[in-house]
Structure formats: structure tokens, C-alpha cells
Ligand binder design. Structure first.
Ligand code: XMP
Length: 326
């Protein structure tokens, strides 16, 4: 029978057996899944684990600092932060197609992990055992929707499943592969992770890279980061963090519309708000966010974010729309 204690005990034993005396690295994204996976593997193999946080420049405002501070404080985990913004942006230059973006991001993640692996081995010195394992916080829905399940359609290549390159050298450890998000949260609680980590809203590994419809550039990312920070701030202030599953904020970079601001004509981009409620992200409904909250977000985004002159609300459930736009 399913209890979080059983899941933890079973996985700890399996991971110990799989890793032996070798070393593992775990990609941390700031999200719940990778945090719980890391904590679980740390419980199993302790200091044989090093976490790697890849700052790909597609993060939200404040995200990197939060991982560096909160997660390390909560777990005492060994963390290596890699600044890979230039590398990711260069690889994404000129690319608009969503699946191509996902594949590029998945590939670059692995290339960065390989480099980190070499550095970790070098730092451990001659006696350091090789790093052979990569821990990922892959969940059951990621597997299913990437077409890795049985008889299911390939909807999207999740960065850590269908988006992986073929020539990957790591052996994967995916202790959450059979779990849904609510179960992962329970496991995180069992492992003693703080509420702020366990109850965080989901955020995709490819980050804002799949929330810009069109090419991903530094300027566009900066715009979106501002708009996203405003939406998050107001939704939190309104006390809606728990009732909303997540709220992607999307920049329609290839669309422009005419507006008027001050006494001049503008020709700017729309921002889409996509608040949803869900149990497991497999299906979702659009959230009925109070009008006053939407009004405040809209006013602030159009006033505070250059180049954005329109805010629209996505009122599509999943299906037919997925939660993310790409
Ligand atoms: P969709 O857009 O498929 O999203 O309805 C379902 C859930 O998965 C998240 N998502 C991802 N998470 N890597 C992740 O870690 C990914 O590549 C990825 N793509 C989507 C999305 O935010 C939602 O919670």
C-alpha cells in the first residue's frame, strides 16, 4: 500500500544499490520536483551527490537567488551554480519553433551537466570516483506527455524526457517517475523540506524560453521577467497562490497591436495571463481570478513594462489548450 514512508524507503534502497560508491549530480531548477528528487537522493547517498543549478538566463526574477539561499539553507546540499546564459541564448538564436526550442534546451542542459561533471571529478582529485549518474525530477505526467508512456500521444518534449540528446553518457536516476505532483509534495514533506519549497507552484525546466511565442532574445526575456514578476506579486498579494495551480505569463513577441498611451500611438506586444487550476497538470481549468485582481495586473503591466500595450486573459481549459503555450 502506498505511503510516503514506503516510497522514501524503497527509493533510498534502490538508489544506494544503483549508485554504489560512485558520484551523482542532480540538476536543480528551483521547482518542487527537482528539489524533492535531490533531497531523496541526498538521503540515500549523502555527500556523493552534488547539485548543479544551471542559470540558463530563462529564469524568472529572483529565482537563482532563491535556489542559492533557501534550498541550500534547508538541505545543506553541495551546490554548484553554472552561469550558462550566453550559451543558451546563442543556441536559441533565430529559433521560433516550440519543439525545436525544447530540444535545444534539453541538449544544452546535458552539455552543461557534462562540463560540471568533469569539474566535479577534477575538484575531487585523483581519489574522486567518477560521476556516472544524473538525477532528474521527472514525474509521471512528464513521461506520459512526452510520449514515453504506453500508447500515449507525444504532446510535448519535456526538457528532461523527450528533449534529451541521444548521445547522453549519464545513467539516469529518476526516483519520482511514477508519482504525481501531489504525491511528490507529500514525499517532500516527509523528507522535511520547508513549505515554501514543497508548496511552490510548478515552473517548467525550459523556463521563460517556452513562454515567448517567437524568437527568444535577452530583451524579450527582460520584458517578460518584469511582467511575470508583477503578475506573481499581485496574485500573491490577493492570497491566490494556493487556489491557482500556476499562472504562466506569455509574451506574444511576434504579435503587435495598436495602442494609445499618454498622448501617443503605440505599437506594442500583448502579454497573456494563463492562470489555471488543476490536480495533476494532466487536465486543467482556467482560474476565475477576481476582476479587481486582473485589473490591477493589467494596469501595472501596461504602465511598468515598456513595449507592452495590451494584456489578455486565456480562458481555455486543458484540453483543448495545454497549460503552457509551447
Ligand atoms: P502542459 O503545457 O503540457 O504542462 O499542459 C503541464 C505541466 O508541465 C509543466 N511543463 C514542464 N515542466 N519541463 C518541466 O519541468 C518541461 O519541459 C515542461 N513543459 C511543461 C507545465 O508548467 C505544467 O505544470
Amino acid at each position: 500500500n502506498w505511503t510516503t514512508t514506503n516510497v522514501v524507503e524503497e527509493q533510498v534502497a534502490l538508489i544506494r544499490e544503483q549508485v554504489g560508491s560512485k558520484r551523482a549530480i542532480c540538476g536543480l531548477s528551483g521547482g518542487v520536483d527537482s528539489a524533492v528528487a535531490a533531497a531523496l537522493v541526498q538521503k540515500a547517498i549523502g555527500s556523493q551527490l552534488t547539485c548543479v543549478y544551471v542559470d540558463h538566463g530563462l529564469m524568472r526574477k529572483g529565482e537563482t537567488e532563491q535556489v542559492e539561499k533557501d534550498f541550500v539553507a534547508a538541505t545543506g546540499i553541495q551546490l554548484k551554480v553554472v552561469d550558462a546564459e550566453e550559451r543558451f541564448l546563442a543556441a536559441l538564436a533565430g529559433v521560433s519553433d516550440p519543439e525545436t526550442k525544447r530540444k535545444i534546451i534539453g541538449r544544452e542542459f546535458i552539455r552543461v551537466f557534462e562540463q560540471a561533471q568533469a569539474e566535479i571529478v577534477a575538484e575531487a582529485g585523483a581519489s574522486g570516483e567518477d560521476v556516472a549518474f544524473l538525477v532528474q525530477g521527472t514525474l509521471y505526467p512528464d513521461v506520459v506527455e512526452s510520449g514515453g508512456g504506453t500508447g500515449t500521444a507525444n504532446i510535448k518534449s519535456h526538457h528532461n524526457v523527450g528533449g534529451l540528446p541521444d548521445d547522453i553518457e549519464f545513467e539516469l536516476i529518476e526516483p519520482l517517475r511514477k508519482l504525481f505532483k501531489d504525491e511528490v509534495r507529500m514525499v517532500g514533506q516527509e523528507l522535511g523540506l520547508p513549505e515554501e519549497i514543497v508548496q511552490r507552484q510548478p515552473f517548467p525546466g525550459p523556463g521563460l524560453g517556452i513562454r515567448i511565442v517567437g524568437e527568444v532574445t535577452k530583451e524579450r526575456l527582460d520584458l517578460l521577467r518584469e511582467a511575470d514578476a508583477i503578475a506573481r506579486e499581485e496574485l500573491t498579494a490577493a492570497g491566490l497562490d494556493r487556489s491557482i495551480w500556476q499562472c504562466p505569463v506569455v509574451l506574444l513577441a511576434d504579435v503587435r497591436s495598436v495602442g494609445v498611451q499618454g498622448d501617443g500611438r503605440t505599437y506594442g506586444h500583448p502579454i497573456v495571463l494563463r492562470p489555471v487550476s488543476s490536480e495533476d497538470a494532466m487536465t486543467a481549468d482556467w482560474s476565475r481570478v477576481p476582476y479587481e485582481v486582473l485589473a490591477k495586473i493589467s494596469t501595472r503591466i501596461t504602465n511598468e513594462v515598456d513595449e507592452v500595450n495590451r494584456v489578455v486573459l486565456d480562458v481555455t481549459s486543458k484540453p483543448p489548450g495545454t497549460i503552457e503555450w509551447e
